[in-house]
Design a protein around this ligand. Sequence first.
Ligand SMILES: NC(=O)c1ccc[n+]([C@@H]2O[C@H](COP(=O)([O-])OP(=O)(O)OC[C@H]3O[C@@H](n4cnc5c(N)ncnc54)[C@H](O)[C@@H]3O)[C@@H](O)[C@H]2O)c1
Ligand SMILES: O=C(O)C(=O)C[C@@H](O)[C@H](O)[C@H](O)COP(=O)(O)O
Ligand SMILES: [Zn+2]
Length: 370
Amino acid sequence: MRVDAEHSYDVLIGKQLLGELPRLLGTGVKKVLVVHTEAMEASAAVVREDLLAQGYEALLAVIPDAEGAKSVDVVAFCWQVLGQSDFTRSDAIVSLGGGATTDVAGFIAATWLRGISVVHIPTTLLAMVDAAVGGKTGINTAEGKNLVGAFHSPVGVLCDLVALETLPRWDFVAGLGEIIKTGFIADPVILDLVEANAEALGTWPASIDDHLWDVVRELVERSVAVKARVVSEDLKEASLREILNYGHTLAHAIEQVERYAWRHGAAVSVGMVFAAELARLAGRLDDEVVDRHRSILASVGLPLTYRGDRWEQLLAVMRRDKKSRGDLLRFVVLDGIGKPTRLEGPDPTLLAAAYAEISADAPTSRAISL
Ligand SMILES: NC(=O)c1ccc[n+]([C@@H]2O[C@H](COP(=O)([O-])OP(=O)(O)OC[C@H]3O[C@@H](n4cnc5c(N)ncnc54)[C@H](O)[C@@H]3O)[C@@H](O)[C@H]2O)c1
Ligand SMILES: O=C(O)C(=O)C[C@@H](O)[C@H](O)[C@H](O)COP(=O)(O)O
Ligand SMILES: [Zn+2]
């Protein structure tokens, strides 16, 4: 799959792809910093050995797990490593891990010497289908999620599906959240595929067999194809790219309120049900599509509700969403499957009514508690 952003790059999807890394790094690179978490230590050692065998100077930088990686302290630590190892503009970073790792490593690459090459090797489903592709990089601040970052496209992405064999069920399911998002905004075949294989997908990795691998590969390819098309047309989110943010306005607020104890994909699941209810109440989306949100997300084990007593707090956080313009809150909503649009400045009563529909506490809501 090819992405045409500030430069063109390949997203390779398959098995045992490590041999492709030198080609993705391109010519002239001498030093490579492999950024990874402790959980990825063994794989990072293999990548390093491979790079050394190919004649590169290869170093490892271990960063904290999950959202703990997306902090300015981690960035500063990696800048120090790069500085002390004399990394120049002809050297490169390789990220190895989930979306948190690819986000922070991408940001380090974007900022070191004002930008050096990065190759992403995503190891979660979510990072393969979304985070590693498209060049959005960033970190969190105390005030919110992804508030600091840069658009900095990788020079290549290597999605080795074998990595998914060790991914725990909950992290796999979180990745399905972004895949289902892609289905609703742009590719209904994704929804059909998930619905037809929901039980096996929702019980990963116990359910792995040849058929399931074919399904997962197709889901990854279809999701990456949508993302590649969108970011090739609108890298810096002038307009079209906002559709990839479906469900994210509320999702990011939930993640922050939960101090990142929720997985991103799980929060996106609740955020999509909220956005669907918002569109329904605004008279844009019919009941059938809203119900399909709930049924498909629940079928793989994703959450549909959030605590009712947090609305004011969530609303305050949502005001800092990147789609906001001044006081104007803006949401990506659907007019139908594959028909994303924007809802700008919805009435506060409409927002509260949509939230009541997803509140875990509301006895009369249409929400299903899992
Ligand atoms: N830049 C973008 O366009 C973009 C898109 C979507 C999401 N994101 C970001 O991605 C992050 C979420 O990514 P995520 O869901 O991958 O979470 P994550 O990076 O936190 O990884 C989830 C967990 O999986 C573990 N893990 C990773 N690979 C594994 C493997 N192969 N086997 C076993 N365990 C493994 C990690 O150690 C971690 O504990 C969020 O920060 C989100 O904001 C960014
Ligand atoms: O690539 C994009 O654009 C997206 O919005 C993809 C999202 O899934 C992703 O979570 C992204 O990091 C959110 O971006 P943000 O600009 O809302 O921080
Ligand atoms: Zn996301």
